[in-house]
Design a protein around this ligand. Sequence first.
Ligand code: GLV
Length: 309
Amino acid sequence: MITVGFYGDAEEAAMWQKSLAELLPDCQVVDLLSDVGRMCDLALVWAPPPNAFINLPNLKGIILQGQGVDHMMADETVPRDIPLVRLVDPDMSDALSHWAILNALDFWRNGSHYRNHQLQRKWAPLTQRRSSGGIVGVMGVGAIGSVIASRFAALGFQVRGWARTPRSLNGVEIFAGIEGLGAFADGAEIIVSVLPLTPQTTGIMNEDFFGRLAKGAFIINGGRGPQIDDDDLLAALGSGQLAGAALDVFRTEPLPADHIFWSHPKIAVWPHVAAQTNPATAARQVAAAIAALMAGEEPQNRVDWSRGY
Ligand code: GLV
């Protein structure tokens, strides 16, 4: 029997038990913090409390229910000497690409303008933006970003991708490293970020960056909140350099009730829902990680602590 210590609510634990049991019949999901959880072989968590992994004598690896690992990096009690595996589920890439496209097209076709006009019973067409060749820049072109970039290309946009290191992606012009960031941003009309949070990406969307975009550009952040300099964002929205922003992630989550973003007319606030983990589809990735870790093999999507994701 393989014992998986789960941190989360009982309903979610039951869902994981059901979907994992179909793939790994000898796998039991138990509460990580219970006595039996203390004897687990593996942990399956999203945001565990500090010290959750102390005194787990059998622990061979930790599997995350999401993609981002910045919170695990920040917790010094997470053991560094056993594998940490993140979830790379195509269902989440699909969901995030839908969210990014929804917000991009809503901006591109002036959705919020017409919604406001409807409230005022006002019939006032704007000139339509061009239907092909709009410049979209996707920041982070890994498992999720490459799906997003390819889908924008299929919609007729001219797509750029920005990555830490050079790579190639059909139909997408890639810019790499901090030295490539300015050219990536130059004249871009829509930015979609799905970057992981690392010291290099913290504050990457700031005054300089916004200043290089096309006037009236739109920011879509599905990465992590600290990648945006909030004051610079507000200034760029105020000056009209940016037309708006759709944000799913924030420096503090939940976004505090008195935060200015809630009522800002040019900001759409989403409560970190752009891509939620779907146990039914993610179970295949989790089962593969469990099998590899139990066999002492290198799991796919193992986090590299030095790289930061
Ligand atoms: C969600 O934000 C994730 O990192 O999976």
